[in-house]
Design a protein around this ligand. Structure first.
Ligand code: NDP
Length: 316
């Protein structure tokens, strides 16, 4: 229901958190409008098989899962717009409670009483000059998007978390050889993932190694790496370099407008999705530096819709 063209529920982001909050908000007759952002479906669309989302005993392709969530949100009449929010003006007082204004990338101003932010995170890069020059020419942060380009070639993966191992497993099925470079002396990844790569014959894991330089004029031809304990240097001839070194929360346009931690994750009140601004809630990876799973994102998306519904019933 709209009040003076003021919406009740705007959702930003189209990952599991965004769609789950849309499903709950729509079923509560809050008439949600969901802005997908620049990457409809979010990070899961770059994953091949999601094995750990309950209800899919055989696993499900990441893009397929997101299509199903979108379909479910649409079934309850969520309006989905392939647009991005670029500017926020919070806390404008109004007789109907606090009204928030959002500008989208078309320059339109949207007014809403309730806002759910589920904009997710973006992959990190190393910050080397050679890396910047070669992004898209051998340097990638998405193994499942670009892995097929390196069929029967040598590649390297950087990182010691679950993403690095998942990428390594994926690439080991396509590439001749995968070097996995971990900067510490141990993995951060879960034990089950560590076991999975330990049995792959074309994967070589190197602990305590960091990249000194990425070589190649137009495309990646190799990497120089250095052992951060012994200073021993090595060279690997590779054509693809995959970065799996974590993520940055997509909160840039919200800086200074909502409380965040030092990494830019939105801070929410304990056991809720409430931010420090009335009527604004955060769900999914954008507020979760710890769990960051599809299922926890979906869970907090549900919480955000319930929190918003309760908030609107109080301020009415
Ligand atoms: P993580 O933050 O868990 O791991 C990042 C890795 O990158 C760490 O090993 C870190 O090293 C390393 N790193 C960071 N910066 C650099 C750098 N500049 N140079 C070299 N190495 C660097 O991120 P992930 O994306 O792997 O995982 C995020 C979350 O998602 C986790 O909770 C994970 O469990 C989950 N996940 C689960 C999956 C599943 O269950 N199938 C699949 C993928 C992710 P250091 O340890 O030294 O900081």
């Amino acid at each position: 229901m709209f009040v003076d063209n003021i919406l009740n529920c705007v959702i930003l982001g189209s990952g599991p958190a965004g769609y789950s909050s849309a499903i709950y908000a729509a079923r509560a007759y809050l008439t949600p409008i969901l802005y997908t952002g620049m990457e409809p479906g979010g990070k899961l669309t770059t994953t091949t098989c999601v094995d750990n989302y309950p209800g899919y005993p055989e696993g499900i392709n990441g893009s397929k899962l997101m299509e199903k969530l979108e379909e479910q949100a649409k079934r309850f009449h969520t309006i989905i717009k392939k647009q991005e929010a670029v500017y926020f003006e919070f806390s404008t007082s109004h007789k109907m409670g606090v009204i928030h204004q959002i500008k989208n990338d078309y320059g339109n101003i949207i007014k809403t009483r309730g806002l759910i932010i589920s904009t997710g995170t973006t992959p990190k890069y190393l910050g080397l000059y050679s890396e910047k020059r070669l992004i898209g020419f051998g340097v990638s942060s998405c193994a499942t998007c670009d892995g097929f380009l390196y069929r029967a070639k040598n590649v390297a993966v950087i990182g010691g978390g679950d993403t690095a191992i998942e990428d390594t497993i994926y690439l080991s099925k396509i590439c001749a050889k995968v070097y996995l470079l971990v900067r510490r002396g141990y993995f951060r990844a879960s034990k089950v993932m560590q076991y999975r790569i330990s049995i792959l014959s074309n994967v070589e894991t190197l602990f305590n190694y960091e990249i000194a330089e990425i070589l190649g004029d137009k495309t990646v031809k190799g990497i120089r790496v250095v052992n951060n304990k012994t200073n021993k240097k090595k060279f690997f001839s590779i054509e693809g370099l995959f970065l799996a070194i974590g993520n940055t929360p997509n909160t840039q346009p919200l800086k200074g407008k909502l409380k965040m931690d030092d990494k830019g994750y939105i801070l929410t009140e304990k056991v809720s999705t409430k931010t420090n601004t009335q009527g604004v809630f955060a769900a999914g990876d954008v507020q979760d530096p710890i769990y960051r799973q599809a299922i926890t994102s979906a869970g907090t998306g549900c919480m955000a819709a319930l929190d918003l519904e309760r908030y609107l019933s109080i301020v009415k």
